[in-house]
Design a binder for this molecule. Structure first.
Ligand SMILES: [Zn+2]
Length: 332
């Protein structure tokens, strides 16, 4: 699910941040100051002033000055019911500008704003940065090397039309989600400039067989405590070989490794979700009511890597990737 920090309030007739919406809804700032409750309804937000895509503000009702809410997620806007952006939507136009980057300020840098090279290749993953063109250094002093390189870069700018690249996985995922919503402003290419589609690199775990190339796998999943570890399991199954066995891929999440990789926050998120899942299991044992397993206990996971079979299981192949850095979670 795509999330946004800002939206347009039809009540205020103005853009507002998610935390601003929260304050104006509960009538209190994050510092506890009383303000007027100028936002009355959570169904009055849209994408931008010229785009009627409906957004709602998650946790708009939460009083963050109350200590018991300390673990609640900060408010954010999201599009719960799908739908697409209106043509000419200001946000889509802004986002496009962001993706193609504005770091290069020179006007001779000619480019097509709708072409984008994704430096991610199925079977390989993210590609290393391309090395800049080397110019031979006939004079052999350091100052001349840099002067030469500068000159060569400038020449490239003049003569070569460059297509922007991205190797930012988070951005690639957001673009994919926009694409799912029907917003597809880009022609995307692989690093060899061959046209590709998002389906080439994003593969759903959806009860079908997969080729098990290194790619971005995604689907609904949940986490569950298993003694002192957390087990992450895709909701749907897949098959990676000719055994005909379909299994839901899973992996164990090891807290120490997440800490080592500075992904402690992500681990905490998983551990909260596993706690909630545990509560649901206990509730279910008491009441037999399956409805305790609400949508909120599940989430969409993106896993960048591949899988491997270990007897009857399909595990995430931890040798092909660094698990804490290969998981991206999107709450339902
Ligand atoms: Zn829009």
């Amino acid at each position: 699910m795509v999330t946004y920090d800002k939206a347009y309030s039809t009540e205020l007739k103005d853009d507002i941040s998610a935390s601003g919406a929260n304050e104006k809804y509960i009538g209190k700032t994050n510092l506890g100051q009383i303000v007027s409750k100028s936002i009355k309804h959570n169904d009055t937000f849209q994408c931008s002033s010229n785009c009627t895509l409906k957004l709602t503000c998650a946790n708009i009702h939460v009083d963050f000055t109350d200590k018991k809410n300390i673990n609640k997620l900060e408010p954010y806007f999201t599009n719960r019911n799908g739908g697409r952006h209106d043509d000419g939507c200001f946000r889509v136009i802004e986002e496009n500008k962001k993706y193609v980057g504005t770091s290069n300020k020179t006007s001779i840098y000619e480019r097509n704003d709708y072409d984008l090279i994704i430096d991610f290749k199925k079977g390989i993953g993210l590609l290393p940065s391309s090395t800049p063109t080397q110019t031979s250094n006939v004079l052999g002093t350091n100052s001349n090397i840099s002067a030469n390189n500068k000159l060569s870069r400038n020449n490239n700018l003049l003569t070569r039309k460059r297509t922007p690249h991205t190797k930012d996985i988070k951005k690639i995922i957001t673009m994919f989600e926009e694409h799912e919503l029907g917003n597809n402003p880009f022609n995307i290419f692989d690093s060899d400039k061959n046209p590709i589609s998002f389906d080439d690199i994003f593969i759903p775990i959806s009860d079908s067989k997969i080729s098990n190339d290194f790619a971005i796998y995604y689907g609904q999943a949940h986490v569950q405590w298993f003694k002192k570890s957390i087990r992450l399991v895709f909701s749907k199954s897949t098959s990676i070989d000719d055994t005909g066995d379909f299994t839901s891929p899973s992996t164990f999440l090891n807290k120490d490794i997440f800490i080592e990789e500075k992904k402690q926050k992500l681990f905490s998120q998983f551990s909260r979700l596993a706690d909630d899942y545990q509560k649901a299991i206990e509730e279910f044992k008491k009441t037999g009511d399956k409805s305790v397993f609400t949508k909120k206990l599940y989430f969409r996971i993106y896993f960048i890597g591949k899988f491997k079979r270990v007897s009857n299981y399909i595990n995430f192949d931890t040798e092909s990737c660094n698990i804490p850095k290969s998981l991206f979670i999107r709450k339902n």
